[in-house]
Ligand binder design. Structure first.
Ligand code: MSP
Length: 650
């Protein structure tokens, strides 16, 4: 049997997961269910990422051990997945003994191979909090936890030789366009991380203890990504004896995640696997974010939406449907209660719910004891049956391509077409005349059969609704299997239906919004503002900034006065600029396309107030603007010589 291995990221133990978190897991679950229906032996893995300084600190504040703290939260996460009907096959906790054993083995192996070495970690350190922070974590240059001053400090640490892998990862993307998707993520990785060149990665710490001890140097704990990413293989039994599925399922078919952690999965993870001489995953897919008010949902912004409340009010399948339908896969999209309720009303209550209830009602009304054998086809049937015949192959190709929203769109086109068939054939008019019974039987049969097919194709998305539909049609076994969606006429000729409860009651939008707001959900005002913004947004633009935000960025014309290759890099140029007020140095990853002679004397646009950074050890004060070109190239934006250096660009 063919295998299929799919993973979610392992979740940080956060007291309340929000609807954005459940997005990744629902998507994985949908794909896993689809693959099982297609006959694959599926391994669907999820779990929790439980180590690190943050947990250690929170647990200390709560007066419990870190393990006791995470145990309770992990139980809550597992409850949520149960509620949302997530059919994972295995759940890994990074605190599981077998995982810890594997990580120690992996770390020691990398060290033995010379891929990990001991050195010094330098960074901003907050003494009272005993914490190191990266520049991006600092808030206004101060500790993000206690707002006190930080100081530069260092500690002994192990490093992974990630810098050796820049070219190998670039080659991986070039040779395997399937590896990282959607394509926009490749551009992000190449331009933001690979072109500037990778730095070695700190993989151990001594400043906290809540982690897996390095077996040969127990003062160190393994730091973050080696521990977290390896879960995808330790959960199969790599480096431990708990499981024996590594050969069966590895390499993974899909690692699915949201875009902010693509970098770790598409750069660090393949580099680690290369270092261990292991096969690479077949695909890393970075979907977009579910936003609220144009912002990523997060507890600190107070804009989180609770999936438990939504599932309780509308049913799990309505929430799952919304998540998979609303946002084009791979892009960002906004969550609003209004959009959710409108989708439930329009697609689920109106289109799907009405189709099922009208058809079942008519079948019962006109043929109480079951459909008669005698039938009469008509040309009007052909469009419906033709569409049904083409649909499964279309859905399969979209699902195989992870285009989940597009698959739902196609299924609902078919549902709408079936509704239209009722209007075209007008069964109530046929029923008036006894001589039309064979034709009426044919119409009702075609309706029920179309519902059966839609029900099968919806099964991976809506695991509770599909059985309800099959229950009303009175079918099971072979006739609800995926393969039978491709055949029209599988429903037993004498099908007997039964009426069921209303699957998706209509919701009163305004009343519901008020109640949700009272429960702490996003308010109407915020949603209306969002709607107005979306209406004003030019097509193709995802994130809008207001003019005040844009004004924070200082753009200036500057003239290149000297330029040379940066040391130890074939991609970087060290450029001296006259910015009108003086001279400054910037480092730019454009050497592949420009030599110093191409640039000397020319005028460019400078981002003048970018925080200084060290790129490959060379100080860079700002950035010059360049345009992304097809084929991962870049073109510097040159400015007319008549514009003086220092001129403001706005
Ligand atoms: N622990 C790391 C992953 C380690 S994997 C080796 C982590 N955990 S997380 O809990 O922060 O995120 C879990 C998943 O939820 C990720 O795919 C993350 O990107 C996703 N999302 C969290 N908020 C989200 C949205 N608002 N929208 C869509 N997905 C989001 O990162």
């Amino acid at each position: 049997m063919k295998t299929f291995y799919i993973t979610t990221p392992i979740y940080f133990p956060s007291a309340k997961l929000h609807i954005g978190h459940s997005y990744t897991t629902v998507a994985c679950d949908t794909i896993a269910r689809y693959k099982r229906m297609r006959g694959f032996d599926v391994m669907f893995l999820t779990g929790t990422d439980e180590h690190g300084q943050k947990i250690e600190t929170i647990a200390k504040e709560a007066g419990v051990t870190p393990k006791a703290y995470v145990d309770e939260i992990v139980a809550g996460i597992q409850e949520l997945w149960k509620l949302m009907d997530i059919s994972y096959d295995r759940f890994i906790r990074t605190t599981d003994d077998y995982h810890e054993e594997s990580i120690q083995n992996i770390f020691a192996e990398l060290y033995k191979r010379g891929e990990i070495y001991k050195s010094e970690y330098k960074g901003a350190y907050c003494k009272p909090c005993e914490s190191f922070w990266t520049d991006s974590q600092l808030k206004d240059g101060k500790c993000p936890d206690c707002s006190r001053d930080v100081e530069q400090a260092s500690e002994e640490a192990y490093f992974f030789r990630l810098s050796n892998y820049t070219d190998k990862i670039l080659r991986l993307y070039e040779e395997n366009p399937e590896f990282l998707q959607p394509q926009s993520r490749v551009n992000e990785m190449v331009n933001n991380f690979l072109k500037p060149g990778l730095d070695d990665l700190c993989v151990s710490r001594t400043s906290f203890t809540w982690g897996i001890p390095v077996s040969f140097d127990p003062g160190h704990v393994v730091y973050v990504w080696v521990d977290a990413l390896s879960n995808y293989i330790t959960a199969l039994g790599y480096g431990n004896t708990r499981y024996g599925d590594f050969d069966k399922y590895w390499p993974a078919d899909v690692h699915l995640m949201a875009k902010e952690i693509v970098r770790f999965h598409a750069i660090i993870w393949p580099a680690m696997l290369m270092a261990l001489d292991l096969p690479l995953p077949k695909k890393v897919y970075g979907h977009g974010w579910l936003l609220f008010g144009g912002d990523k949902m997060s507890k600190s912004k107070g804009n989180v939406v609770d999936p438990v409340i939504l599932c309780g009010r509308y049913g799990v399948d309505a929430v799952r449907y919304f998540l998979m339908r609303e946002v084009p896969f791979g892009q960002d999209g906004n969550f609003t209660n209004e959009a959710l309720i409108n989708r439930i009303n329009a697609d689920l209550a109106n289109d799907l719910g009405n189709l099922v209830s009208r058809s079942v009602t008519m079948a019962l009304k006109y043929f109480e004891g079951g459909l008669p054998e005698e039938r009469l086809a008509a040309p009007v049937d052909d469009e419906l049956t033709g569409m049904a015949a083409e649909l499964p192959a279309k859905i399969e190709s979209l699902m195989d391509d992870l285009q989940l929203p597009s698959a739902l769109i196609e299924i609902f086109k078919f549902i709408s077409r079936t509704n239209k068939y009722i209007d075209e054939t007008m069964p109530w008019a046929l029923a008036k005349n006894e001589s039309n019974r064979p034709r009426l039987a044919s119409v009702i049969y075609n309706l029920l059969e179309s519902i059966r097919i839609a029900g099968i194709l919806l099964s991976p998305f809506m695991p509770q609704t599909a059985p309800k539909i099959f229950g009303q049609l009175g079918i099971g076994g072979e006739s609800i299997r995926w393969e039978s969606a491709g055949k029209f006429g599988v429903l037993p000729q004498n099908a007997r239906v039964t009426r069921g409860d209303v699957m998706f009651p209509r919701i009163d939008l305004e009343k519901e919004r008020k109640e949700l707001e009272a429960l702490g959900g996003p308010g109407k005002e915020a949603e209306d503002t969002l709607k107005a913004q979306a209406a004003a947004k030019p097509e193709g633009v995802v994130n809008l900034v207001d003019i005040a935000e844009f004004a924070k960025i200082e753009l200036k014309v500057a003239q290149i006065i000297a330029c040379e290759p940066a040391p130890k890099s074939d991609k970087l140029l060290k450029i001296q600029l006259d910015d009108g007020a003086g001279t400054r140095q910037v480092v730019s990853g454009i050497h592949e396309w420009y030599s110093p002679e191409d640039l000397n004397g020319r005028k460019i646009i400078l981002v003048a107030n970018l925080k200084p950074a060290k790129i490959r050890g060379v100080e860079s004060n700002g950035m010059l603007l360049a345009a992304d070109m097809p084929g991962n190239e870049a073109r510097v934006i040159f400015v007319d010589d008549s514009v003086p250096a220092g001129a403001k660009v706005r």
